[in-house]
Design a protein around this ligand. Structure first.
Ligand code: IPE
Ligand code: IPE
Ligand code: MG
Length: 239
């Protein structure tokens, strides 16, 4: 099934996990029930990523803009995040997965922040896969925060020249390679403020499948498509 011998898989996969609400609506369920179903897809995709020895996975779980959703939904999502952390820690330890958060952690309650930090710390020495979860994340805010931090460091005399390499160090993803492959479920053809700087040359894959339905087979099919892409980075095709 997943024989990828002799082909190059992405080093870093980023995913916009979209469509939980539509999935729930189709079944006359609440949006929160859609998010619950989405958590099973997360487990499937994380496990498959680890089995395929892909070293970096970034999942867009909650955008800065998502705070504007109805109170009940935001409350449900935050509760689910707490449940996810507790439930998935054993799997992370078993599969040697390091957990990391990108986004504005400070926006969350003290309790959730300490739960997040707990999992970050407990998985800190794991090496096989880095699982980045984007929470209260905004690509534009990430860039602005980087600019502010650079200005501060410049005042202290710590930077005097800003090039792409220096700039990258100030992003949440400082030590992580840029995503090679972006998957978005549910058919929307937009970035929704995700990893704006990092995705300059990322290959984009959009499927109509709703996130809770996006499981191992669909993921393998997406990765297969990646292996057929011809990346150019602005160059010309080499024969
Ligand atoms: C993605 O599903 C999950 C989050 C954004 C938290 P949505 O909740 O956006 O689902 P749709 O787009 O309404 O179907
Ligand atoms: C993007 O999905 C954010 C996440 C998947 C967490 P949205 O559903 O929030 O994006 P838009 O509103 O369709 O652009
Ligand atoms: Mg959506």
């Amino acid at each position: 099934m997943d024989n990828f011998e002799g082909v190059t898989l992405p080093t870093h996969v980023a995913i916009i996990m979209d469509g939980n609400g539509r999935w729930a609506k189709q079944r006359h369920l609440t949006r929160v029930e859609g998010h619950i179903a989405g958590m099973d897809a997360v487990r499937d995709i994380v496990t498959t990523t680890s089995e395929l020895h892909i070293p970096y996975l970034t999942l867009y779980a909650f955008s800065k803009e998502n705070w504007a959703r109805p109170k009940e939904e935001v409350k449900g999502l935050l509760e689910l995040l707490g449940i996810y952390l507790e439930q998935e820690l054993p799997l992370m330890m078993e599969k040697d997965i390091r957990f990391n958060v990108i986004g504005e952690k400070k926006d969350f309650s003290k309790r959730l922040q300490s739960e997040l930090n707990g999992v970050i710390q407990k998985t800190g020495k794991n090496k096989s896969l880095l699982l980045n979860i984007a929470l209260s994340y905004s690509g534009r805010k990430e860039i602005l925060n980087a600019v502010r931090a650079i200005l501060d460091d410049a005042k202290k005399g710590l930077v005097n020249r800003v090039d792409e390499r220096t700039f990258k160090k100030y992003l949440y993803t400082n030590s992580i390679p840029d995503p090679d492959f972006l998957i978005r479920t549910s058919g929307e053809m937009r970035l929704s403020n995700f990893l704006l700087w990092q995705m300059a040359y990322t290959e984009i894959y959009i499927t109509d499948m709703l996130w809770p339905d996006f499981r191992k087979d669909a993921y393998i099919e997406a990765l297969r498509e990646f292996t057929r892409r011809e990346r150019r980075f602005g160059g010309v095709k080499e024969n």
